[in-house]
Design a protein around this ligand. Sequence first.
Ligand code: FAD
Ligand code: SF4
Length: 512
Amino acid sequence: ARSLVIVLGDQLDLAASAFDGFDAARDTVWMAEVAEESTHVWSSKPRIALFLAAMRHFALALRKAGRTLIYQQLDDADAAPDLATALRAAIAKHGPERLVMTAPGDWRVLQALRGVARDAGLELELRDDRHFYTTVRDFAAHAKGRKTLRLEYFYRELRKRHDILMDGGKPLGGQWNYDVENRGAFDAEGPRDVPEPIRFEPDALTREVLDLVASRFADHPGSLDAFAWPVSREQALESLMRFVRDRLPQFGRYQDAMWPGQPWLYHSHLSAALNLKLLDPREVVSAAVEAHEDGRAPLADVEGFVRQILGWREYVRGIYWTRMPDYLESNALDAHVDLPGFYWTGDTDMHCLADTIAQTLEHGYAHHIQRLMVTGLYALLLGVEPKQVHAWYLAVYVDAVEWVELPNTLGMSQFADGGLMASKPYAATGQYIDRMSGYCKDCRYDPKQRTGETACPFSTLYWDFLIRHADRLRENPRMALQVRNLERLDDVEKRTIRDAAQLIRHEKGTPT
Ligand code: FAD
Ligand code: SF4
């Protein structure tokens, strides 16, 4: 072959830059399912299944499009265990003149493939990933000379540059941001008439994958019984269409709300399809903007949605690629507690955590506030080592790929980068969870109590967190109010809180 075109499991787009100038007579596509991608973190069954099912459907699409393909299946007798070994074998067998690919999302994968190319004396041509509005170079230019990075300015620049929700030079509706309208909670009755999400019954190809995952990764966390994710471009487009029609009009209002037994609410559930590149962010944003233009969705909801994709998604990618590999090691709060074993089972009497983890294991999904203010918050307050928190998030969610997971986990939720991504730690008591969800009324703990028999562990640990980090937090103007409240506590109360927190670490923190 002239070029061996490398396609990774999260690069499933027939129009990707890797295929520019592809000549079916001379070039060959190479894809490989390798065990290491499922085992380097203890990847959940739904996550493994989604990647493999989507890869196999993409292989079909490639063949249909007439592109020659070399494809290693995980269950091939001679399957190589990791990407580097598999690629080395392919080079030896097919003798390409060069390697071509769209730049990978993961730093680790890029290093591995570069190493193989170097050893083989072959050029590895890396092409820009067009599945983003920005390049890493754009972000680096934006970040240059700034001490701290904030989403807001980056996002406004992109709105202007791409003319999205703009009215001449001004933001449509006169405001850049409708966040205040996007913090609604449900009343005591909870959500009513939430539209059913679209489900995709596994076809024969996906069922094969489900069987393979069930037997090969039997001891991995999570379950496959409810698997219904879109695994092809056609399905992903259908998901997008259904979201825009049914959920987008209420998306913003209930964006931060949580309810027991309601994993889906008004969210889009499109992150996995976007990250696998079954969808392009531009078509997702356009569909939402058009819905507003046609009077099908209010501006506040559409802006809230666009901000997540045009803003956050691009922004975290920029952070990842400008900060790796050091970012992985960050631990600004010097946290060293082990991740509690119940994160892998959901077996805890804290209702918010039990429910969030149960749906995570069943579907590979939880929405942003569950990730940030339930599982993330508890790990932050407990003082779990950031790397262990990272390994959990990367393992359990179907949309988890490192470039997006790592900054969200280390930066936003654990404050491990010391404030590069978030202006203050997302620390809160159980009362925040109570305000935003229906979890607390059916919990044996009381979010208003910080010590005593029925004290909510979040509330105890919140005060313990403030005590432990008081010196550092005092320097942060955005934490002033919280620190002032802390200073009202006398030494006896502080001692009681610290003892209660130690007991929680001891009793609830047991790793398995
Ligand atoms: P919606 O609420 O419908 O949002 C629409 C889209 O916006 C999402 O599909 C996603 O593409 C994008 N988006 C929203 N928030 C973010 C964000 N903070 N960063 C980047 N993109 C965002 N997202 C991932 O895609 N993969 C991850 O591995 C991941 N790990 C996370 C870990 C932690 C600790 C936290 C706090 C957040 C993480 N997120 C991750 C971001 C966010 O929680 C998910 O993108 C979102 O919950 C996916 O569900 P959805 O598609 O229904 O999103
Ligand atoms: Fe979670 Fe505390 Fe509320 Fe129980 S009381 S659901 S542990 S926040």
